[in-house]
Design a protein around this ligand. Structure first.
Ligand SMILES: [Zn+2]
Length: 112
């Protein structure tokens, strides 16, 4: 789960709609979760494994009450510049988590 992206999407929608909150259209819930950015390939043959090429950068937003899942194009929502900034931040966070995990593994090996 990606709590950071949930906050980013909710705030971006609020800003772009003049303050309208993200409310589930099925149950009225306002608590969301997300798995983050999924790059969906487009213009590719069915069943083909595509590396690179054109894609849609979509973020899933899933209602925590009823499970309704909707997709938002994160580049449209944030704009290219903020999107690229977000990707950089996420990469920095991933690296920090990897480094912390490596430190913990090394301590386990040493028996600390
Ligand atoms: Zn719902």
């Amino acid at each position: 789960m990606d709590e950071g992206i949930v906050k980013v999407v909710i705030e971006a929608i609020r800003q772009r709609t003049g303050g309208i909150p993200l409310v589930c259209r099925v149950c009225g819930g306002t608590r969301w979760l997300s798995n983050g950015i999924a790059n969906i390939p487009i213009d590719s043959p069915p069943g083909a494994l595509v590396i690179g090429g054109r894609h849609l950068p979509l973020v899933d937003m899933t209602c925590q009450i009823c499970g309704l899942t909707q997709l938002h194009n994160i580049v449209v929502l944030l704009g290219r510049e903020k999107f690229e900034e977000l990707v950089k931040q996420q990469e920095i966070q991933r690296q920090a988590v990897n480094e912390a995990e490596n430190i913990l593994k090394q301590k386990e090996v040493k028996g600390e």
